[in-house]
Design a protein around this ligand. Structure first.
Ligand code: RBF
Length: 165
């Protein structure tokens, strides 16, 4: 029986090949127990799709609010083929959840559009910890984000090739 309190993953593209790709992962240290599992899921997925270990660039920031700035700076500096920004916001009794989730969603979208580097939205916005799905019958969303990072980098690479033709 699957835990119905979390969102299931996407269907991956059938021709993922990360052989020549460089992927940046920026993750928070807030909610690190869940975040570390998500990062692990993403990294394992990148490796199993042939991304070389040296081409997976890992950086951490304090919390989710810092993700857009750090993702932008590091994208400009390291020029990855795609980036995954990973964090977990858990709703508390203040308005922080609403402000931070809104700011980070828009911030990350802007980074990708401005720099034309695909930025994968790896922010879980949870009403409680259980929704992270980190149970034996749960789903690690980091796997989806790893797959999305490769697929989006491949789209970028193939579209730039066809423009160059
Ligand atoms: N950062 C997260 O990544 N996840 C959270 O759930 C989270 N909750 C916060 C709740 C409060 C009340 C505050 C003050 C900060 C929270 N942050 C959280 C940290 C935030 O993203 C950021 O790192 C700090 O506000 C410093 O800019």
């Amino acid at each position: 029986m699957q835990n119905k309190d979390f969102v299931k993953g996407v269907i991956p593209s059938s021709d993922l090949n990360g052989e020549n790709l460089k992927v940046l992962i920026v993750h928070t240290r807030w909610n690190s127990e869940i975040v570390n599992e998500l990062v692990k899921g993403a990294v394992e997925t990148l490796l199993s799709n042939k991304v070389k270990p040296d081409n997976i660039l890992l950086h951490s920031v304090p919390g989710a609010y810092e993700l857009p700035f750090a993702t932008k700076k590091l994208c400009k500096l390291l020029k990855p083929d795609s980036a995954i920004s990973i964090g977990v916001l858990i709703k508390g009794s203040t308005m922080h959840f609403e402000y931070i989730s809104e700011a980070v969603s828009h911030g990350l979208m802007n980074v990708g559009l401005e720099l034309e580097i695909p930025v994968i939205f790896g922010l879980l916005t949870l009403l409680n910890e259980q929704q992270a799905g980190m149970t034996p019958d749960g789903h690690n969303h980091g796997i989806d984000w790893g797959q999305a990072a490769i697929e989006m980098a491949q789209i970028t690479a193939s579209s730039s090739k066809s423009v160059a033709k």
